[in-house]
Ligand binder design. Structure first.
Ligand code: GRF
Length: 207
């Protein structure tokens, strides 16, 4: 069974690109069936079109209320019947209708619960941490508060600025994210006490 993924993007789409490339191998176990965005004219949509993947855009400002946008985005994604929705640099908080309907995996450029929100790399740098990193997690109704699936650390260097640090985080993030999504779709997962996620391992002995 190949899992159907709908990917949501807002920007450069380098995580999307990595996912498209991973999905080219049938052994990966997933295909990107559509890419959605909250704004037009972004590189992420161009990458999807270049790969022959259908795209759609749902802008908040095209709807009278946030609820109407939530409903429209839910409908647009549902039309592609995803098994899993991937938020890969999607810069909007997903609404309750959307989260009721889909399981969503997000990637975040910090070691949550430190530095949630839209400026994670800037905030980590300003705080003066020596180690930051990336987190792949399930999405709940909070801002980057959902159950953590996997994390990896990235050291901060003395001369880092936001761009250089984010670039190094993104290298690690892409690898981690691709590995995690593949394992989730191929093997499944369990969640204990609403917070503790374990990715199943087909070759491991049962716990
Ligand atoms: C990633 O670092 C993601 O964690 C953050 O925004 C970046 C998106 O990068 N939310 P890209 O659009 O996949 O290149």
């Amino acid at each position: 069974m190949t899992a159907r993924l709908v990917v949501l993007v807002s920007g450069a789409g380098t995580n999307l690109q990595a996912l498209l490339e991973a999905c080219a191998d049938p052994a990966y176990g997933a295909q990107v069936v559509a890419v959605g965005a909250d704004r037009p004219d972004i590189a992420g949509l161009v990458r999807a079109e270049a790969a022959g993947v259908p795209t759609f855009v749902e802008q908040v400002r095209d709807h009278p209320t946030r609820e109407a946008w939530d409903e429209a985005l839910t409908g647009a994604v549902a039309a592609h019947r995803p098994d899993l929705v991937i938020s890969a640099g999607f810069m909007k908080i997903l609404g309750p209708r959307f989260l009721d309907r889909f399981t969503v995996v997000n990637t975040h450029p910090a070691l949550l619960p430190a530095f949630p929100g839209a400026h994670a790399v800037r905030d980590a740098l300003a705080y003066g941490v020596k180690v930051t990193g990336c987190t792949v997690h399930f999405v709940d109704s909070g801002v980057d508060t959902g159950p953590i699936i996997a994390q990896e650390a990235v050291p901060v260097r003395w001369h880092d600025d936001e761009d250089s640090l984010h670039e190094r985080i993104k290298e690690v993030e892409r690898r981690l994210f691709i590995d995690v999504v593949g394992r989730l779709v191929r093997n499944g997962w369990t969640v204990r006490d609403d917070r503790h996620v374990s990715m199943k391992c087909k070759t491991c002995k049962p716990e």
